[in-house]
Design a protein around this ligand. Structure first.
Ligand code: PLP
Length: 393
């Protein structure tokens, strides 16, 4: 036996480093605020998903502290055995009410929701039909099923109908799954059209609203946004983005909740949220309902930034939401733009192949309700300076 069983660890890593494909996460030295300390430097944060700045909201912080004092640091168990506390149920009730669905089930994360629920909804003899640009956690959920797979070109309803028509007589269950807001381009799935086609062909609908919750529909998500709340079979979401905490959710019917909590292995076999997390989630839902100004400011900032970037000559792609790309084309240009912005005190990350197509590299700017007009103007001035220097504008 001459094999070195762990040589691949270093070899793989070195190959990533040689190609500049390795992650080198920067470290925050304090809270994730719109202006924050990152590796010894004060920067304006343009790449956090903390859309509404709720992670720093005094009510969420106090709720988390109080719950830790009252219930302890951990929940002690998985949800089905002894890890369901009254506050976990309160969150589910509040989310369902806010989103206009009959019921809701909270998972540990959004990833755990997709990975645990998708493979239970479809299996052998079924088909799951995906938008080509769906998030990796949906793709992993789909990989865990024994169901057949269909893919339609991004938001192409003609192609979706073709796949559905073909699938209808052949399969038992059919499920169409789509991101609500697409995380790289910031465009929105045509849910009413998807819903209509799905109804026509007897298919379930599953939307991943990770970037829509707290953002679309005055915070209630894509269902409310299109006036179709309660009609999508599964509205999946996360507490890790606009809600400012962590956790996943599946909102829908009580039948869905009963099914999901008995079948999802990620839910059954993994510990439940610490009480501080559940309490902060509950407070986030309340704040969203009682303080509409956070959502309003997020959209004001988004509109201003998109307008200013456009009039400077930047291509912001297909965005309709607070995810605002600054397209560069080639990857190396996106990397250089990001480095130039960093030197100007703007923390905005490049998105390059394989996350997007080779010629569609970009900086992905994430808007925040907590950005002041001065923050945005400073960022816009930095974009102008570096963009001109690099010949992008
Ligand atoms: C972030 C994200 C997830 C994962 O959510 P977590 O709660 O952070 O695990 C799932 N789907 C989409 C589209 C996302 O952007």
């Amino acid at each position: 036996m001459t094999r070195n069983p762990t040589a691949f660890l270093k070899d793989t890593y070195n190959e990533l480093v040689d190609n500049n494909w390795d992650w080198r996460p920067k470290t925050l030295e304090g809270p994730s605020t719109p202006r924050c300390m990152v590796e010894g430097k004060e920067v304006i944060m343009f790449c956090s998903n903390n859309y509404l700045n709720l992670s720093n909201h005094p009510r969420l912080i106090k709720a988390a502290q109080d719950a830790a004092g009252k219930y302890g640091a951990g929940s002690g168990s998985v949800r089905p055995i002894a890890g369901t506390m009254d506050i976990h149920l309160e969150v589910e009730k509040a989310v369902a009410e806010f989103k206009g669905t009959e019921d809701c089930l909270i998972y540990q994360t959004g990833f755990a929701t997709n990975a645990g629920l998708v493979p239970q909804l479809v299996g052998k003899g079924d088909i799951v039909i995906s938008d080509a640009l769906n998030h990796g956690s949906i793709i992993d959920g789909v990989r865990l099923t024994k169901a057949d797979r269909g893919i339609y070109a991004h938001k192409d309803m003609g192609e979706l109908e073709k796949v559905l028509k073909d699938a209808d007589p052949k399969y038992n269950r059919i499920m169409v799954v789509s991101d609500g807001v697409f995380s790289m381009d910031g465009d929105v799935a045509p849910m009413p059209e998807i819903l209509k086609l799905a109804q026509e062909y007897g298919a379930m609908t599953y939307v991943d609203d990770a970037h829509g919750e707290g953002v679309l529909g005055k915070g209630a998500g894509i269902g409310k946004h299109f006036g179709i709340e309660g009609k999508i079979d599964v509205e999946m979401g996360t507490f890790s983005k606009a809600f400012g905490v962590v956790g996943g959710l599946a909102a829908g019917s009580t039948d869905l909740r009963n099914f999901a909590l008995n079948k999802s292995r990620t839910w059954l076999l993994s510990g439940s949220h610490p009480p501080a997390v559940a309490a902060a989630q509950l407070e986030a839902v309340r704040v969203l309902q009682e303080e509409p100004e956070h959502n309003r400011r997020l959209w004001e900032n988004t509109e201003y930034f998109i307008k200013e970037m456009g009039s400077m000559g930047f291509d912001t792609g297909f965005t309709e939401t607070p995810i605002v790309p600054a397209m560069t084309g080639p990857s190396d240009l996106a990397v250089k733009l990001s480095e130039g912005l960093w030197n100007e005190g703007i923390y905005a990350l490049p998105i390059v192949f394989p996350m997007v197509a080779r010629d569609a590299a970009r900086i992905r700017n994430m808007m925040n309700a907590g950005h002041t007009r001065e923050d945005l103007d400073e960022a816009i001035a930095a974009y102008e300076k570096v963009g001109k220097h690099l010949g992008i504008i």
